[in-house]
Design a protein around this ligand. Structure first.
Ligand SMILES: Nc1ncnc2c1ncn2[C@@H]1O[C@H](COP(=O)(O)OP(=O)(O)O)[C@@H](O)[C@H]1O
Ligand SMILES: [Mg+2]
Length: 396
């Protein structure tokens, strides 16, 4: 089973690329699902489906051609289906200043229900082997990260807060209910949370396994877009996901020789060269700017031909190197994190319990250390050719 995630800045062509990839895979005989995780869904539009046929008509994947299903998650329905109790409780908590004694800051990062629903479906389809390949048409970069950071966040929440909070609530419920503007959660809430956790259990390993999950970054040959692509690369690596291809969309075709575009073409050529050297050894592919939109069956067939010429199979695994590794080196241990494009000043690092916490900008990742390293302390960190090397030693 393969999971391919398409991410990138708004408007670069993620939905078109995801849909065309689905079209190719289905033709190659894979049972394929394209799922939209972007709340501003446009997947149905990309296949040019009638709104009345598609939107809101079904809560499940819709077959659009042989071997190909598409699915736009309707969050309102999901909340009604599964999450009412939890959502209303969390909202109540968020509205107040938080539970005293519980780390409110950590509660506040409780992930979005939307991403959670998508994640649950992916996990369910994976367990039930419903599809050979799931393609995720993600929201623009920042929200895609919320999606991939979710299992770690939830796992962290369960490990660190759940048991503690549950015990705490049992002990203080009578007092708590008198003092607090929100009711202490009931046992049903805890059961719901447990059930929910069960539904995404194991998905973090799946997302971090490069043989199963790959991120494809869609970009354009424009300076600002490329910067965002580089940041996205860092962030996905931070969450342990492997980027195995960069797709540069809307490249001016050679036959456009109007002097008006001469400047754009020069700058595109330069930026393309930069993209290739920045991201190497990650393969970079290009798709030309077409003189029409990419919609409907024919449009997507044509686009998939441009994207994957010569019947290329887009599900092939090309990179298996994980963004994280742990190693014993001579007299100490090392955590190595692929961090191309990250600058020295941006990276924060500290140890909390048996985890290493890495911060880049406003993003934070708790990296669970293997038991052989959990008692060690980070003593030194250096950024070496795009790899953050953290030296871990036992400090008496
Ligand atoms: N190579 C291309 N040539 C011409 N139009 C394109 C190309 N790629 C995408 N488009 C069009 O650009 C618009 C935005 O693309 P879309 O795939 O929805 O981007 P995103 O999902 O990243 O927001 C759509 O109307 C799509 O048909
Ligand atoms: Mg889109």
């Amino acid at each position: 089973m393969r999971i391919l995630l398409f991410s990138g800045k708004g408007g670069v062509g993620k939905t078109s690329v995801a849909a065309a990839t689905g079209v190719r895979l289905a033709r190659l005989g894979y049972k394929t699902l394209v799922m939209s995780v972007d709340p501003a869904h446009s997947l149905g539009d990309s296949f040019d489906l009638e709104n009345t046929l598609f939107h809101g008509a079904t809560a499940d994947p819709v077959e659009v051609r042989p071997n190909l299903w598409i699915f736009e998650i309707n969050i309102q329905r999901e909340v009604k289906r599964h999450w009412n109790d939890i959502a209303s409780y969390i909202t109540a908590v968020m509205r107040t200043t938080g539970l005293s004694g519980v780390e409110a800051e950590e509660l506040a990062i409780f992930p979005g229900m939307e991403e959670l629903s998508a994640m649950m479906y992916v996990n369910q389809y994976r367990r039930e082997k419903t599809f050979d390949i799931i393609l995720l048409d993600c929201a623009p970069t920042a929200e895609s990260l919320r999606f991939v950071s979710l299992p770690t966040t939830l796992d962290w929440y369960m490990k660190h807060l759940f048991n503690f909070e549950r015990k705490l609530i049992k002990a203080v419920r009578p007092v708590f209910n008198k003092l607090s503007p929100v009711e202490a959660p009931t046992d049903a809430y805890f059961e719901n949370i447990s059930g929910l956790f069960g539904k995404i259990q194991g998905i973090d390993q799946v997302l971090q396994d490069p043989e199963t999950t790959s991120v494809r970054l869609v970009t354009n040959a424009e300076k600002m877009v490329v910067r965002e692509t580089q940041r996205a690369f860092v962030y996905f690596s931070l969450y342990g996901l492997t980027v195995d291809r960069v797709i540069v969309n809307r490249v001016l075709p050679a036959e456009v020789n109007d002097p008006f575009f001469a400047g754009s073409r020069d700058s595109q050529r330069r930026i393309l060269g930069e993209i290739e050297s920045y991201f190497a050894p990650v393969p970079v592919s290009t798709v030309p700017l077409l003189n029409h939109e990419v919609v409907g069956a024919e449009g997507l067939d044509e686009f998939s031909e441009r994207l994957y010429p010569g019947n290329e199979d887009p599900s092939v695994v090309t990179r298996t190197e994980r963004p994280y590794s742990f190693a014993k080196v001579e007299d100490h241990h090392e955590v190595r994190l692929q961090m191309p494009f990250a600058a020295k000043g941006e990276i924060g690092l500290f140890k909390k319990g048996d985890e290493l916490v890495v911060e880049i900008g406003t993003l934070r990742r708790h990296v669970g250390l293997p038991s052989s390293m959990s008692a060690l302390t980070p003593v030194k960190a250096k950024l070496e050719e795009g790899v953050l090397v953290v030296e871990m030693r036992s400090v008496a």
